[in-house]
Design a protein around this ligand. Structure first.
Ligand SMILES: [Fe+2]
Length: 400
């Protein structure tokens, strides 16, 4: 393995590159703004587009008005509605084939993180003909502009509508490929809170905690810039203030709108400063156990933050202010502890346990190996861990 100095130099390089990225993305926010899609495509003179979504979205008729609007504008929409949770590389390849077969010129992805991630990978495969998902996995390996890409999230969590990343599962190997490249940032993000109204309570909690974990990881990572820290703080404050309301009342329009913005802010933060070991470990666990990403993150987050120790005291003490749990005059250590306790209380409200009972000791080695392979090349984590450090966290996560 490289030395810690070598790793830190590499992380610093990638953080600087990502931190300097200009934000050229167009962001459109508002109720009913899904219908802005047609206007955007018409403005670009596109006549054939690929719409990526789930079978449920089509069945529920959520897209009917958009589809008739596209027809009126004489824009042919080829629909790929085969995306399932934790999409596989085969799904992304089928999606890319549909794009090519239809002679499409652009992509609109309407759905949760799975849909947007799958569409991103499909777009990356379209512009890299002959390459496989493995070929473009890792950092900066897409290397080409994707087709014009509109992302419309229907959950408030992954932030994929603004991030430079996507995760895709290799079903045979039970492995999640992280793909990070600035070319994966969509051209346009449409945030339409109407689409998230009525989302089931559990999904609301899991996706909200996922967004929270993005903001926390980007904030506690090394080398973060002011704009990243500002976005992360904003997201954390908004999530603590609104997630319980949205969980209790799925039709709370103000809470839904606030969470969609928070998810975007948290996504913006990780675009510029990456995630950390919460995500690296979560991806490894998620691929083996097929549990929801946000659920795993909710359980992992307090354990990972505690294991970082004093390296994150100052950052977490600052975040305690955002969560409204810091005490004037208390030490950074005490306020950091108050923040971790607030995270645990939040997850208790959502009925999420503190331990992951499903986790089996026999998988610890593989999980640790995969988590380090994902985290250590690039993520500017607060403390660089080795295999034993990760296994220590897994033991706590499995047994409490
Ligand atoms: Fe995440």
């Amino acid at each position: 393995m490289q030395s810690n100095i070598g790793l830190r130099a590499r992380q610093l390089f990638f953080s600087v590159v990502m931190g300097l990225l200009p934000n050229t993305q167009q962001k459109i926010f508002g109720f009913g703004k899904l219908l802005a899609v047609g206007n955007l495509f018409e403005h670009q003179d596109f006549s054939k587009v690929l719409l990526v979504t789930t079978p449920g979205m089509v069945k529920r008729g959520v897209l009917d008005r958009l589809l008739s609007d596209l027809t009126q504008r004489k824009i042919e929409a080829h629909i790929f509605d085969e995306v399932m949770p934790d999409p596989t590389d085969e799904c992304a390849m089928a999606c890319a084939q549909r794009y090519n077969k239809g002679g499409c010129q652009a992509i609109v992805a309407i759905g949760g993180g799975s849909v947007i991630d799958c569409a991103k990978i499909a777009g990356a495969l379209v512009v890299n003909p002959g390459k496989s998902v493995t070929d473009i996995s890792g950092s900066m390996r897409v290397a080409k502009h994707l087709p014009y890409f509109i992302a419309v999230p229907t959950t408030a969590g992954t932030g994929s509508e603004v991030t430079a990343g996507a995760v895709i599962t290799n079903a045979q190997e039970h492995f999640k490929h992280p793909v990070n490249d600035p070319h994966l940032v969509p051209d346009v993000a449409i945030l339409d809170p109407q689409l998230t109204l009525g989302m089931p309570a559990k999904l609301t909690a899991y996706t909200g905690i996922d967004a929270l974990s993005h903001a926390v990881e980007a904030y506690t990572n090394r080398f973060s810039q002011q704009k990243t820290r500002h976005a992360a703080r904003q997201a954390i404050q908004t999530i603590f203030a609104n997630l319980p309301q949205a969980y209790e009342n799925g039709l709370d329009i103000q809470a839904r709108a606030a969470l969609l913005e928070a998810s975007y802010d948290a996504g913006y933060a990780i675009t510029h400063n990456y995630v950390g070991y919460i995500h690296a470990i979560s991806h490894a666990i998620g691929a083996l156990y097929e549990l929801p990403h946000g659920y795993i993150n909710a359980i992992l987050m307090p354990h990972v933050l505690r294991a970082y120790g004093s390296a994150v005291d100052i950052s977490l003490a600052e975040l305690a202010q955002c969560a409204g749990v810091s005490k004037t005059g208390a030490s950074d250590k005490d306020n950091a502890t108050a923040f971790i306790t607030a995270l645990e209380k939040l997850t208790v409200q959502f009925g999420i346990p503190h331990v992951l009972e499903e986790l089996s000791k026999k998988d610890f080695e593989l999980i640790a190996q995969r988590a380090l392979a994902e985290g250590n090349p690039t993520y500017p984590v607060p403390v660089i861990w080795n295999k034993q450090d990760v296994i220590g966290v897994l033991e706590a996560v499995a047994c409490g």
